[in-house]
Design a protein around this ligand. Sequence first.
Ligand code: HEC
Ligand code: HEC
Ligand code: HEC
Ligand code: HEC
Length: 460
Amino acid sequence: MKRAVLFALATAALALGAAAQKSAPPKPATPPPPAATSTAATSTQPGAPAAAPAEPQTKPGQYIGVASCANSGCHGSTQPLKEAHVLQNEYYTWLSNDRHAGAYNVLFNERSARIGKNMHLKKKPYQEGVCLDCHSTNVPAKLVSGRIDVEDGVQCEACHGPAGGWRAEHTQTGWTHEQSVAGGMIDLRNIPTRATTCLSCHLGNKTREVDHELIASGHPILAFELDNYSETMPAHWAPHKDTHGVPAWAAGQAIAFRDSLDNLARHARGDKWPEFSDMSCFNCHHSLDSGPARQERGWPGRAGLPSWSPQHWAVLRLIIGHSDSSGRAHLDDLVEQIASRVSRMNDPNGVATAAEDARRTIDAIIPKMAKMSWKDDDVRAMMRTLTGDEEFILHSDVASAEQTALALQSLAANLARNNKALLKSPMTQAIDALFAEIQNRDHYDPARFAQKLQAVRSTL
Ligand code: HEC
Ligand code: HEC
Ligand code: HEC
Ligand code: HEC
């Protein structure tokens, strides 16, 4: 099962982290510098004159570093505390179990060294901005007023935003989440904001991405699904029913598609065209042995042209179709234009225009999707739709199949929240079997995956 696989990976990463300790020691849970410790005790007297000179010079937009969150009276308790509305052991959870804390350490492993060599990087991967942008909290020095250590990897502020404008204030009685957000905190309770934050590293954006050059050099292919990946992180938050679960899954699909269209339009308008990571890998990378299967399937356009990868549209089209069939038809047209233009590669402006059109349409429906309400029956109906999508699966790629599997797993996990027995049911086993099919991408067979989808359907 994916989560089991993720867990194994996490354990391996911890081991790797331990191996890399010599050069990159993870931060021990030491008390933060004195300047940062004063807030918890004095926070109820914001005007107290004694505290003022000890405060670091921070302002909105300034990064101050994980040490200033890690005080045991703040977020550095080893156990969840009951005094505040948050758990207060967030730092401990992140440091001991979260892959993000070790994200810098992986830049010391052999795979990173190979990527660096293939990309002809001048410095070591752990010194290169192109890697640090996603594997650390790599912000310009002028935005740092505390202490940012690259070794801290993806630390609190990489997700929650620069704390200079709210760190000292947010422990004061009566201070609200909205006030923190106004001071520069990223509002992760807002599903679209959270999705864009995660996707900035897990899909890439205009400042950083895992393109075909990185992949060809040895970087793993990135896959992401908001609900699944949020729940896979060791939770350092108290459960918020309305910001997690199926609404996050649905809106997360739309945001991933929107952000992938931004990337596509940018590639097409820039000098990085054609960018092969926008396409289905196996159109270009496969052995010729299994040729007859492709010849039976046939080609949508001219035989042999590589296809645009529909991975971010694969699941979303079913969610949109569920509630808005004319919206779906309009997007189907735009997607067809994108696909045929990407495939021919000779009309980058046309690619960008179609991508920008589709992007606008998607953007307009995102707020609606984040507010959709899902009863268990709706979730089951969506699972039936996903498992009945055989035609699409047969004509698309392994990355799209992976999105279908992640979607089914996420929806099943949401059903299991109200019915624990489902965790060990034939349905769960049938979904695990989908992951087994996509684990070895080189031998992915759409027809076999479609059969396994039928098997999931028969358990619903
Ligand atoms: C756009 C963001 C991004 C960039 C740029 C990036 N990475 Fe990654 N990298 C990731 C993410 C996200 C993962 C985790 C993928 C997953 O498991 O879903 C990852 C995983 C990895 C892994 C495998 C992790 C492991 O535990 O072995 C290695 C190695 C790696 N990256 C090295 C590099 C190197 C070296 C560079 C620079 C040349 C780099 N990365 C640039 C986002 C990025
Ligand atoms: C990889 C991204 C990421 C990192 C790194 C991260 N967090 Fe979070 N954090 C989240 C997400 C996602 C939530 C849940 C937000 C929601 O759904 O309301 C959250 C929630 C929280 C909450 C509860 C907030 C609330 O609105 O109820 C606190 C407190 C918190 N994080 C503190 C920390 C601290 C301290 C660190 C560093 C030690 C940290 N986080 C690192 C992603 C992250
Ligand atoms: C600053 C970049 C960055 C941001 C922002 C970020 N991540 Fe990550 N994430 C990474 C990197 C890099 C890795 C890989 C670390 C490793 O291999 O040790 C990773 C790993 C993960 C993993 C483990 C994946 C696996 O294969 O086991 C999960 C789950 C995850 N991230 C979820 C999230 C979620 C959810 C968010 C948003 C709330 C988020 N991430 C935000 C960079 C980021
Ligand atoms: C339009 C064709 C095309 C597409 C699509 C494409 N690639 Fe490539 N890729 C190439 C070519 C050409 C090379 C160089 C091959 C060589 O030098 O042997 C290459 C090299 C590679 C390499 C390094 C060489 C090797 O065989 O290990 C990897 C890994 C790779 N691509 C992975 C991918 C992945 C993953 C995707 C999808 C995200 C993808 N490629 C999409 C054409 C493509």
